[in-house]
Design a protein around this ligand. Structure first.
Ligand code: AGP
Length: 623
């Protein structure tokens, strides 16, 4: 076929073998993975020596309507897919699964097969017709040719994977082998769920958490064969492979909405718990901070002379906050860099550099490639991550897990807050090892962190009045956010939330930078949300007030977030949201909450899909 080729880049994948009706297990799994992509969805089952497939462009509900009218036959083996396309139109033909020429093998795929064109040319010459524009279809044809030659599906998958370039998770079924699902993984996520008399595959554990909490994380270039009673893992060349088993410590209710209209709103309200969970078990019997999974020796930490934080989007803003805390508490220089830019500037790294990669999903391709580059330069890499078994922690020297529980809403909320907590803990741990802060100072900050969950609760109690503010601004065409110091990344994150959810022009600025250009944007009635630093010995508070005066004098409508008891702000705030009193470095933990609520509510009022905003996907597995 000519035209633009369709690549499926980040997508959700489900596989099942067992006694239940495969169609139902697969659709339930896809529902929980839909945040990964929602351009099209499809399912295939094996019954009576034949493949049965259904697929539709658009959200999963479109496929569910088709299946409600015409269910697939009851079968014990099935695969499914929900897709986020990178090129060309998402339509029924390009939806996965894809089948081979004889419709014997069906395949779902996440990733990009880079040499698909060359492989396709090779078999098109043998009269193979392709029904889609996808790179995936070639894999279905090739695997099918292998099983037709007499090898089993596992061996067929191995032989084909050896020919493929690129990043992929492939899951396949063979109509003549109704007892088995086979999958392959290279640079793209896949986990196995271990059941009793049944087994599962998913892009992440949310796909099967309803059925089992026992899981296996697969490594690079591995093939897994699932039958009802066995799971066998080898590498692409058939050698037995090592896998890590883990227990998922959150349950189904964590992956459901619990009465909220959106996962995002539920996740905002879960933040007190998420922060508390991220702090549990961080002190040893001797009272010293301990980071269990932190596999860096004290000697290595003492020798560190530079820390570089790499991340994308919201995680990058968490990194910007971390810079203030790490430099202040440890006196170690910190650079913060967008992961997508990092390796292209030829960064100066060596074994005394610690690279900290922050990623909620653990699968962001830009961040993954950046840590690979860092390790090639002999830097030590520490991941701050929320997803067990994901690629970034697996490829890092050390990890701090954030314990936010599953974050389903595409817009990150509790992921961000728990990343901040992990960054503060890292900073304090380095300070403890390097001796740049006294033990009692560290204890005091940890105690302040432990007080944060109840302080977040007090901000959440103001939700109704923040929703009122959102109602007042439904007609806004543009919104600015101002902050200083650790409040500056909060302003950037507040603006990002509004952009991605409400599709509004929103910009965050360092308040001191306004007069150097951005103030020209201010016009009568423009809403400006201002994150006011706590009053302290420094001049930050006063300088912020000057910035607020400047925009107000030019007609802006100021919505100020300021700590309890701050009377100096009152004359300059058209609206005031009170924040609990916390130290300046920890203020992002409470200041971001009203901005999340504001964006969530405004987007809801505008009629947008808050959990699945247009053009986005939760986990961005393409560069
Ligand atoms: C957050 O609201 C965004 N959807 C996005 O910026 C996200 O933070 C970014 O893609 C990084 O993801 P990660 O933390 O999973 O690496």
């Amino acid at each position: 076929m000519g035209g633009t080729v369709e690549f499926c880049a980040m997508c959700g994948i489900v596989g099942y073998v067992g006694p239940q009706r495969a169609q139902d297990v697969v659709i339930d799994g896809l529902r929980r993975l839909e945040y990964r992509g929602y351009d099209s969805a499809g399912v295939a089952v094996v019954h009576d020596d034949a493949l049965w497939m259904a697929k539709r462009a658009g959200k999963l509900e479109n496929l569910e309507k088709v299946l409600a009218e015409e269910p697939l036959p009851a079968a014990g083996v099935g695969i499914g897919h929900t897709r986020w396309a990178t090129h060309g139109p998402p339509n029924d033909a390009n939806a996965h699964p894809h089948a081979g020429e004889a419709r014997r093998v069906a395949v779902v795929h996440n990733g990009i097969i880079e040499n698909f064109a060359e492989l396709r040319d090779r078999i098109e010459a043998d009269d193979h017709a392709f029904l889609s524009d996808t790179d995936t279809e070639i894999a279905a044809h090739l695997i099918e040719l292998q099983v037709q030659s007499g090898v089993d599906l596992t061996e067929a998958m191995r032989r084909v994977c050896q020919q493929l370039d690129g990043a992929f998770t492939l899951v396949a079924v063979d109509a003549h082998d109704p007892e088995r699902v086979v999958a392959a993984r290279r640079n793209s996520p896949l986990v196995v769920g271990l059941g009793e008399g049944e087994n599962f595959l998913g892009s992440d554990v949310a796909a099967f958490i309803e059925h089992t909490r026992e899981a296996l994380e697969l490594g690079q270039d591995q093939i897994v064969t699932l039958t009802r009673d066995a799971v066998q893992v080898t590498d692409f060349w058939g050698r037995a492979a090592e896998v890590t088993r883990f227990h998922v410590d959150w349950d189904l209710s964590a992956a459901e909405k619990d009465g909220h209209d959106w996962f995002m709103r539920k996740e905002i309200f879960e933040q007190p718990r998420a922060v508390a969970d991220s702090l549990i078990g961080r002190r040893g019997a001797d009272g010293l901070l301990q980071l269990d999974e932190m596999r860096l020796a004290d000697e290595e930490i003492r020798e560190l002379d530079k820390i570089i934080i790499i991340a994308c989007g919201t995680s990058f803003y968490a990194g910007m906050v971390a810079k203030y805390a790490i430099e202040h508490w440890t006196r170690t220089p910190v650079e913060v860099e967008l992961a997508s830019e990092f390796r292209y500037r030829d960064p100066i790294l060596d074994s005394t550099t610690l690279v900290v990669a922050i990623s909620q999903s653990g699968e962001t391709a830009d961040t993954l490639q950046a840590i690979r580059h860092a390790r090639e330069q002999r830097a030590r890499v520490l991941a701050i991550c929320n997803t067990n078994g994901s690629s970034i922690p697996r490829e890092s020297d050390a990890v701090i897990y954030t314990h936010a529980g599953p974050e389903i809403g595409v817009a990150s909320t509790k992921g961000f807050l728990t990343q901040l907590v992990a960054c503060y803990l890292l900073a304090l741990y380095v300070a403890q090892v390097k001796g740049t802060r006294y033990g009692d100072e560290i204890d005091e900050i940890v105690a302040q962190l432990e007080a944060i969950p109840s302080q977040i609760e007090s901000v959440l109690e103001q939700a109704e009045s923040i929703y009122g503010l959102a109602r007042d601004h439904v007609g806004a065409r543009s919104v600015l956010f101002l902050g200083r110091h650790a409040g500056y990344p909060v302003a950037l994150e507040g603006a990002l939330k509004l952009k991605e959810l409400a599709y509004l022009h929103a910009e965050g600025f360092a308040a001191g930078e306004l007069k150097h250009g951005p103030i020209a944007l201010v016009e009568q009635g423009l809403p400006v949300l201002c994150v006011v630093p706590p009053r302290g010995r420094d001049q930050l508070h006063g300088k912020m007030i000057s910035g607020i005066q400047e925009v107000r004098a030019r007609g802006a409508r100021t919505i100020c977030l300021a700590e309890e008891g701050d009377a100096a702000i009152e004359p300059y705030a058209d609206e005031l949201i009170r924040l609990p009193k916390v130290p300046v470095l920890l203020q992002p933990l409470v200041a971001i909450i009203p901005l999340q609520l504001f964006a969530c509510e405004l987007a809801t009022l505008l009629g947008h899909d808050v959990d699945q905003p247009r053009n986005l996907a939760k986990s961005v597995t393409v560069e």
